[in-house]
Design a protein around this ligand. Structure first.
Ligand code: AMP
Ligand code: GLY
Length: 428
């Protein structure tokens, strides 16, 4: 069996690691991959969005399965192209990926299908948007409609902040075409939860709930980032809550997508807010989350390869066994470059310490120089995951291994999972 992973970050390294766990004989390719993935796969210097070159590669290598990590190739229609060529690929079509790439599409789908989410209105005119903000009251959320690399959301505490965000998006074009239309959205109060479902378009298998840590600093302070760490499982994601999320959110969303003529296959990521009125959707993503994937996959006992292959081949997940999980907890600590998130410094020498068997160092933004040196090549450099019997132990080991990484000026949080620990550590 030969598989190709598209992408080159920490999420793709974790996917590569898991697929090799499932089938050590798997012949794995990655494009472009990274130095960590290179220990498991043959990496080819093809950009994740170069669909024609990827298609050539997959044909030449006769791959049996393609797994797409990031959203950009999905938005570019990679699944449509590969399906046309008859190559099994795991992910949604371009039209189905709009559940992430167009916030207005996602919002209208949810409102029409009665899926719990924040009330929202769409605007292209500055004055209309500002008037809406006054009706909504503060705090209020302003969102660029299109893909803005995770930066198109402003949670405004005041009218002035909301006005500034509106002007930045509609007048100054801060997010280009992605911000030419925006949503004014009701602020939801609560704790966030990431819930992943592997789906054939109708049936689905949910994964352990995880929690991302978007702020740069301990205690959730400082600027927003792509994610400084994650943990799983999350105790407030009780079986009852997950059941409710499945029946009120995942199932009706998949149904609405089918009725829309764009069945969603692959990984549906529901970003949930656990409000007093139950779980509500903050956003959908059309792919695995990063860094949640690096925390979740090391806890997965059953195979990921099998359900992925079934979905990629267009087969039904009916009768597929539920996913089984290891006991214990997992914590991922991201090692970020100095200057991240605004101006990350790259090109610094990097050295990774030896780690124990329950610690995984996933490469997120690294590069190997021709002289063999490992250097930093992105804002998020490594994602260091530890699995342990208790969350606090996992946090401790993950933070210690991340702290032992040699990278000048590195940034990391030492409190991943703090909300859970504050609830009372969950021993298992
Ligand atoms: P998104 O890019 O949609 O995930 O939004 C980024 C972050 O903004 C989310 O993870 C939430 O923390 C926050 N956020 C987005 N929408 C809302 C909302 N309606 N109410 C409260 N917080 C929100
Ligand atoms: N962890 C957030 C995301 O992947 O979008």
């Amino acid at each position: 069996m030969k598989a190709l992973i598209v992408g080159g970050g920490g999420r793709e390294h974790a996917l590569a690691w898991k697929l090799k766990q499932d089938d050590p004989a798997l012949d794995l390719l990655a494009a472009p991959g990274n130095p960590g993935i290179a220990e498991l796969a043959r990496c080819l210097p093809i950009a994740a969005t170069d669909v024609p070159a990827l298609l050539d590669l997959a044909r030449r290598e006769r791959v049996d399965l393609v797994v797409v990590g990031p959203e950009a190739p999905l938005a570019a229609g990679i699944v449509d192209e590969f399906r046309r060529a008859g190559i099994p690929i795991f992910g949604p079509t371009r039209a189905a990926a709009e559940i992430e790439t167009s916030k207005t599409f996602a919002k209208e789908l949810m409102l029409r299908a009665g899926i719990p989410t924040a009330r929202a209105e769409r605007y292209t005119d500055v004055d209309d948007a500002k008037a809406a903000v006054r009706r909504f009251g503060a705090p209020v959320v302003i969102k660029a409609s299109g893909l803005a690399a995770g930066k198109g959301v402003v949670v405004a505490g005041s009218m002035e902040e909301a006005d500034t965000a509106i002007e930045m998006m509609l007048l100054e074009g801060a997010f280009g075409a992605a911000g030419a239309e925006l949503l004014v959205e009701e602020f939801m109060e609560g704790e966030e939860l990431s819930l992943f479902a592997i789906t054939d378009g109708t049936r689905f298998l949910t994964m352990l709930p995880a929690q991302d840590h978007k702020r740069l600093g301990d205690g959730d302070r400082g600027p927003n980032t792509g994610g400084m760490g994650a943990y799983a499982p999350v105790s407030i994601g009780t079986p009852e809550l997950i059941d409710a999320a499945c029946s009120r959110i995942i199932e009706p969303t998949l149904l609405a997508m089918r009725e829309h003529g764009r069945p969603f296959t692959g990984l549906l990521y529901a970003g949930l807010m656990l409000t007093n009125e139950g779980p509500k959707v903050v956003e959908f993503n059309c792919r695995f989350g990063d860094p949640e994937t690096e925390a979740i996959l090391p806890l997965m006992r059953s195979t990921l390869l099998q359900p992925m292959l079934a979905v990629a081949r267009g087969e039904s997940l009916a009768g597929a066994p539920e996913i089984s999980w290891e006991h214990g907890s997992s914590v991922t600590t991201v090692v970020a470059a100095p200057g991240y998130p605004d101006h990350p410094a790259t090109g610094a020498t990097l050295s990774i310490p030896a780690v124990g068997s329950n610690v995984h160092v996933f490469h997120a933004g690294t590069r190997r120089e021709t002289d063999g040196r490992l250097i930093s090549a992105g804002g998020r450099v490594l994602a260091v995951t530890a699995v342990a019997g208790t969350l606090d132990e996992a946090r401790e080991r993950s933070a210690a291994a991340a702290a032992a990484v040699l990278l000048e000026g590195k940034q990391l949080r030492r409190d991943i999972g703090w909300r859970e620990l504050a609830r009372g550590a969950r021993a298992s």
